[in-house]
Design a protein around this ligand. Sequence first.
Ligand code: FCX
Length: 438
Amino acid sequence: TKSLRDTLKEIIPAKQEQLKKLKAEHGDTVVGEVKVENIIGGMRGLKAMLWEASVLDPVEGIRFHGLSIPDCQKVLPAAPGGKEIIPESMLWLLLTGQVPSAEQTLALSQELAAKGALPKFVEDLVDSFPRTLHPMTQLGMGVAALNHDSAFQAAYERGMKKPEYWVHTLEDCIDLIARLPALAARIYRNVYAPGTPLAPVDGSLDLVGNYANMLGYGENHSLTEYLRLYIALHGDHEGGNASAHAAHLVGSTLADPYLSYSAALFALAGPLHGLANQEVLRWQMAMQAELGADITEEKIEAYLWKTLKSGQVVPGYGHGVLRNPDPRFIALQEFCDGKPELKASPIIQLVNQTFKVAPGVLKAHGKTKNPYPNVDATSGCVLYHYGLTEFKYYTVIFGVSRALGALTQLVWARALGLPLERPKSMSMDALSKFIADS
Ligand code: FCX
C-alpha cells in the first residue's frame, strides 16, 4: 500500500501540467466581471483564487474533491472501533483527492501520534500565559512559536530550489497537525483544570482519540466520536473564508506553515467567523434562561425578533456563500438523532426548535441572503451537552480542524508554484474617477 508521500509524488506532476496548460491556453479567458459592489463588498462572489481540495456550492454545500458529506461518510475510514469519519482519512482525501484504505489511515494516525509531542519551550510558553488570555490567542501564539522547528524555513535558509518547496511544506504541515492536539489540550487543561495532570500523547490512539484523552474526556467514546466527525467536517470549506484565505495569503509570501496557520487562527477568532459557535451557545442559553421551562415556538419567534430589533445578528444563521441549510449542520443533527441521550438533551432540543422558527423570521426580517443555519448553529451546543461547557474554548476545536484544509492548500500552492498574492486595491476617489472616465 502506497504512503501519503508517494501518492503525492505520483499525482503532483499531472496537476502541475494541468496548471501550465490552463495558464498557456486559457490565461486570458474571462471568468467573470468585477463590479463596484464586489470591491466594496468584501470581494463576495469574485472567483479570484485557486483552491484545490474543496468547492462550496451555494445550494448543495461543500464537496471535498467532488465528494459530498454523505459520500464521505460512506467511503472514508473511521477509527478502529468507531463509526465516524476521522481527520486522518479526511486529510488524506484533501491532500490527494483519493480515498485512503483503512491501512493507510491507520499508518497516518500512527505517524501523527509519533510526532505529537510538543517541544519543551512551547510547553513552557503556553504554561506562562495568564489563564485569562483567550484560548484562541494562546493557540495562535503556540502555533507561531512552533515555527522554531520549521523544515521549510531551514531549507529555505539553506537555499532550497523551488521544486523542493512542497516537500518541506508537507513535513511542516504533518508535524503541525500532529502537534495541534497536545497544544490545544494543554491550553484547555491550563485554563480550566490548572494543576491537574495532562496525559501524554499515546502512540496507539488516533489524532482525536489522543485529543479527547488529553482534554480529559478519553473515557467518553460518544464525545470522542462526535469530535472526530466535527473535526473532519470542519476541515475545509473552500478557500475564500477568512481563516483559509489568511493562511493562503501569508503562505504566499513563503512564510512557513506555522506562521501561515497562526494567521488563519487569528482570523478564525473573529465573531463573524469561528467564534460564532461560542456565540450561538451563549445566545441559546440566554434564550433558555429567559423563556423558562415551557418553551414554545411562539416564544422563540418573539425572542428572535428581540435579538434582531436590538441590532444583533442571529448567531449560527446566514453565510457568505451558502444559500441552504449547511450540510455540516445536517450531519451533526443526524449524529444527535442517532443518540437517544442527545435527542433528549434540552439544549439540542432548543437548537432544533430554533431551526424550525428562525428561517421564517429571518426571511421576514429581509436582510440576510441566507436565512438558514450554518454549522455553528449546533456544533457548540452538542459539546455543551457532553459536559464540555467552557464555550470560550470551542473555537480552538475548530482551529484544530481547519488546519486540515488550510495546510493542504499550502502544500498544493507550493507544489504548483503559486505566486505571491497581491490584488489591486483602489481608493474611493480612484474608483469615482474610473467611473467618471468610463
Ligand atoms: N442575523 C441577522 N442579520 C443577518 C444575519 C443573521 N444571522 N446574517 C446576515 N445578516 C445581515 C447582515 O448583517 C447584513 O446586514 P447589513 O446590510 O445591515 O450589513 C445583511 O444581512 C446581508 O448580509 P449577507 O450578505 O446575507 O451575509 P454576509 O455574507 O455579509 O455575512 C455572515 C455572512 C455569516 C457573517 C452573517 O450571516 C452573520 O453575521 N451570521 C451570524 C454569525 C455566524 O453565524 N457566523 C458563522 C458563519 C460561518 F459558518 C463561519 O464562518 O464559521
